[in-house]
Design a protein. Structure first.
Length: 241
């Protein structure tokens, strides 16, 4: 945990200071949420460990949407911000995948907060024209779960290589998940992993668990992931109307 964001040890960051930080963040998150709602943009907070496959999932999403549009389906407009402690490598990958993206380099912060997202939005012209806006959070299964960014939904990417007990080891993250995307499913034949154990662990911490299995490498499960996004966006637009 970091010692500057209010999510760490109360002996390092006093409770009253942590509460003030979170209160300020919640106020800014409400402002972001109003922006997204007014623009009719579905905002997704995409979280997961370093290397879990967050960026790869977005690349696969863009590829499949491009293929669908070639068959006459509407092509969604996708925007994103990509958070990391250093480099804009992931943002560059997303831009190469035809996703308009702004990098957020946090330096030492272990998560994105509402202020950083708001600042990035104001440096992205016409982000209001997007259909879906992904907030690719810093790779971390702890701190990002605590900070509201103004998103419509929380999605946690969990690689099948990470083991079966992550939901019970990091309950705050998985309790807040509207969807868990179990990634790198193409590696399953090479691993001794029982997906039912992951499902059981998730059910222990989330009263309404929802999980999809996906391979960004082969495209398996990406269509179901896009269908989930479509349902979520339809529901969000209905609330706006």
């Amino acid at each position: 945990m970091c010692d500057t964001c209010g999510c760490g040890d109360p002996e390092v960051v006093p409770v009253e200071i942590a509460e003030k930080i979170l209160s300020q963040n919640d106020h800014r998150a409400a402002h972001n949420r109003a922006h997204f709602k007014e623009a009719g943009v579905l905002a997704i907070n995409l979280m997961g460990s370093p290397g879990s496959g967050k960026t790869a999932l977005l690349e696969a999403t863009s590829r499949q949407l491009r293929d669908r549009s070639g068959k006459g389906a509407k092509r969604w407009r996708i925007g994103a911000v990509s958070g990391d402690l250093a480099t804009d490598n992931d943002a560059a990958r997303l831009r190469a995948a035809d996703i308009r993206c702004e990098a957020i380099t946090t330096g030492s912060a272990c998560h994105l907060d509402a202020r950083l997202v708001h600042h990035a939005l104001h440096h992205m012209p016409d982000w209001q024209q997007e259909d879906i806006f992904f907030i690719e959070n810093v790779g971390n299964l702890v701190c990002p779960a605590i900070y509201d960014l103004g998103q419509d939904a929380n999605v946690v990417v969990l690689a099948i290589t990470e083991g079966t007990d992550k939901p019970i080891k990091y309950p705050v993250m998985f309790r807040s998940a509207d969807l868990v995307v179990l990634s790198k499913i193409d590696l399953l034949p090479h691993l001794r992993v029982d997906i039912s154990e992951i499902e059981d662990a998730l059910a222990q911490v989330n009263p309404n668990p929802s999980m999809l299995t996906v391979s960004a490498e082969t495209g398996e499960g990406v269509a179901e992931w896009i269908e989930w996004l479509e349902r979520r966006r339809t529901a969000a637009l209905a609330l706006v109307g």
